[in-house]
Design a protein around this ligand. Structure first.
Ligand code: SF4
Ligand code: SF4
Length: 345
């Protein structure tokens, strides 16, 4: 059902919703951007419609609400331990289609991988209802249309700013409908981006021989001199899931404290080191190969339904070495064409 919601009423509805839900949306943090006098846009709890940034893509993804950069997973004493309890209220999460589609990927990895279900992911995900933010077109790093993640119907409610401080809304979730009883009905269903400024064609790797030759191709060596292995791209990625754990002890007693799960990055040196000192991916080029093939080949080969990359472009925006994921995939495509040509394919 569609509604037109004036600015004042929108804030009243938000106030009522906050009694039952935690509401997260992209919010502006002035002066906290990467460069001098620039802002950071990231997810946080909001209390008023004016706090929500609709017209710019957030620098960090919506996944930070569901899988925070760090969280306590259990608490321990000398004698016992108990799991952390997680959030108690359900969550309304404002997100663009790319971020909502990213949760299809995260769910496969956290909750559908080899029959193992990650408690910390599923208990958060079960609490989330998405509020689809109609995307006004993204920026020059977005390529959701290429990845098929420009559309979604996984939302309880969809919204578009009306340009006068209010909203047009489509409410599908029965539990949300009563909050809109004061709003006049209006014809509204969200529109979706159909093309981006940037397009990406994931590489076609038809067989193992091509894949092995691609892994050994010199295309990856460029990154030994460019990538500084900071991991910023993976922290900003809508779909990356890697984490490590860290114990935090309370006071002087090392046997009382909590274990935290902390985001980690396959791009950081040492990530793949094993006991005994062997490293699977010792160079930045090795690690870039791993990331790019995971996002644009390996995940789909494993799960079948979609590529891991949702085309949000945040890795390109965040990289301090100006490494563009779209340019990297284009170089990989050229390498694949060269290999297939040599193989007579
Ligand atoms: S690899 Fe880059 S473009 Fe793809 S989902 Fe991750 S951050 Fe977004
Ligand atoms: S953000 Fe850029 S420099 Fe840092 S690890 Fe990723 S690709 Fe390398």
């Amino acid at each position: 059902m569609g509604f037109r919601i004036e600015a004042g009423l929108a804030d009243e509805i938000l106030r009522e919703l906050k009694k039952s839900y935690q509401i997260y949306a992209p919010k502006r943090f002035p002066g906290q951007g990467r460069f001098a006098e620039t802002d950071l846009i990231r997810y946080d709890e909001v209390s008023a419609l004016s706090e929500i940034v609709f017209d710019e893509k957030s620098d960090y993804p919506a996944k930070e609400v569901i899988t925070p950069i760090q969280q306590a997973i259990f608490y321990f004493t000398e004698e016992e331990y108990r799991a952390s309890r997680g959030k108690s209220k359900p969550i309304l999460l404002f997100a663009r289609p790319c971020d909502i589609n990213a949760q299809r990927v995260q769910a496969k990895i956290y909750a559908g991988n080899g029959g193992y279900e990650d408690l910390y992911y599923t208990r958060m995900r079960e609490r989330v209802k998405f509020v689809l933010m109609e995307c006004p077109g993204g920026d020059d790093t977005c390529f959701c249309a290429s990845m098929g993640t420009n559309r979604t119907d996984d939302y309880g409610m969809a919204v578009r700013p009306d340009g006068a401080g209010g909203l047009l809304a489509e409410v599908r979730d029965e539990e949300l409908l009563p909050y809109f009883s004061q709003a006049p009905a209006a014809d509204f269903t969200p529109a979706f981006v159909t093309e981006n400024e940037t397009a990406v064609t994931p590489p076609e790797i038809p067989d193992k021989e091509t894949l092995l030759k691609l892994k050994a191709h010199p295309v990856w060596q460029e990154f030994n001199g460019r990538c500084i292995s900071c991991g910023a791209c993976t922290l900003a990625c809508s779909t990356c899931t890697c984490f490590t754990t860290r114990d935090v002890v309370y006071g002087d007693n090392p046997e009382v404290g909590e274990r935290r799960r902390v985001s980690a990055s396959c791009q950081v040196e040492g990530f793949s080191d094993m006991a005994g000192g062997h490293s699977f991916r010792p160079t930045a080029g090795d690690r870039m190969r791993y990331k790019i093939l995971h996002k644009f080949h390996d995940y789909k080969a494993r799960f079948g339904d979609m590529h891991m990359c949702v085309g949000c472009g945040r890795c390109t925006s965040r990289c301090p070495a100006y490494i563009s994921v779209t340019a990297t995939v284009a170089k990989v495509n050229a390498a694949v064409a060269e290999i297939r040509g040599a193989l007579g394919q």
